[in-house]
Design a protein around this ligand. Sequence first.
Ligand code: HEM
Length: 438
Amino acid sequence: MSPLDSEGETDFTAIGFEPAEPSFIADPYPVFARLRELGPVLYYPPRRVHLLTRFEHVHGALRDRRLGREFRHRYTPKEFGQPESTERWPSWEASERWSLLNLEPPDHPRIRRLVSAVFTARSVAALRPVIERLSEETLSAALDLGDFELIADYAQPYSVAVICTMLGVPRVDGPQLLRWSHAIVKMYELHTDTGQKIAAERAAAEFIGYVRALIDARRRHLEADLISELIQVADRGDRLTDDEIVCTVIVLLNAGHEATVNTLGNGMRALLRTPGQWRRIVAGEVEPIVAVEEMIRWDGPLQLFERWVLEDGVDIAGRRLRVGDRIGMLFGSANRDPARFADPDTFDIGRGDGSHIGFGGGMHFCIGAPLARLEIAVSLGQLRSLAPRLRLAAEPEYQPFFVIRGLTGLHVSASSMGSPRRNTDDGTHGAVPRPRNG
Ligand code: HEM
């Protein structure tokens, strides 16, 4: 089948680029390879976006200040050639209004400076003993089940507990935060139906109310946590407003587990499907902190980030773009680009190449990267020592979402002969079916 349609445009369907199709989501990488071969910049009409397929151009676009996450700070929708949106999701919009992810200068550097002053690599490193304890607690409970679901029984409660502890959010509210977060991030997908938008709006309203109450409580009584620090932080006479703190707490809570959990899920799937690579970790040949990079490069959780063209004169690989155009950076494709990585499709857990663009780049570079790296490394270290015989108990499947790409679950067995790792006296523990709450 020709990759071009009758008008000479890229025929994405023929190539298999169908972001809503489970078969594409299950393994988008062969399709990315075909897209990269077709060209570095491909216009995708359904989304009116110029897709960047290769590492070099994604890397450059992330650092190009003429491209922005937002345009309304400089243009009206009319000036920008965009229709005025008729949909209104006020709570969702309020929850995003001051999120670092969406901001442009001058707001972005101002807020990022204030947040960075409290969310430092040092504060993360100091948290290591707490992170180790939270992982150990959660993993031990999961291992006691014998066969368990690595995402719901371990990665999620662990990662949510870490970010809650750091921010000062009660851990008992973890399951509620997960529900809000899962509902809210559906708004980032390419295909979001009305039901999902209504759910996101409701979740955002509740989440904002919840965070406001926490801020009020901390104003009355400061604690040794990040919310209290965000309230107090001041820089060059500048402070965060309550709305800015609310959005910052929400983005830290959401980003603080969604991508980390999916990295653990996707990465452990890859490791357990290539047991030779898992054995390299167990044998100590590859250190967990090195392995993290390949997990993110080879099957990262975030596949697409977009930017608007804010100034004329932007030229990407010979494609001249105009103000109002939009580009889409295919992270998964960039991270498998053979022009940048030798044998890019080989999952080589010892590769140790941290120059992938899994954490982004430029001014929006992931503020949580040190925390994510530490959390995942601690996880791998404990999985290899507490569950060296870990193996897949069922073939995992991906959720039907492309932008934030992760598994529906990862059923594993940690025991040597299919029997539970830790037996109770009657020997039935872990073999007894248990209720699952989703
Ligand atoms: C493996 C896990 C993670 C991955 C792969 C990841 C990836 C990313 C990427 C690609 C961006 C840039 C987005 C863009 O350019 O538009 C980003 C930004 C961000 N991430 Fe992460 N992230 C992870 C974990 C975390 C954690 C643990 C936190 C916080 C606790 C966090 C907080 C943020 C924030 C606040 C931003 C926005 C920064 C800004 O715009 O200035 N992330 N992340």
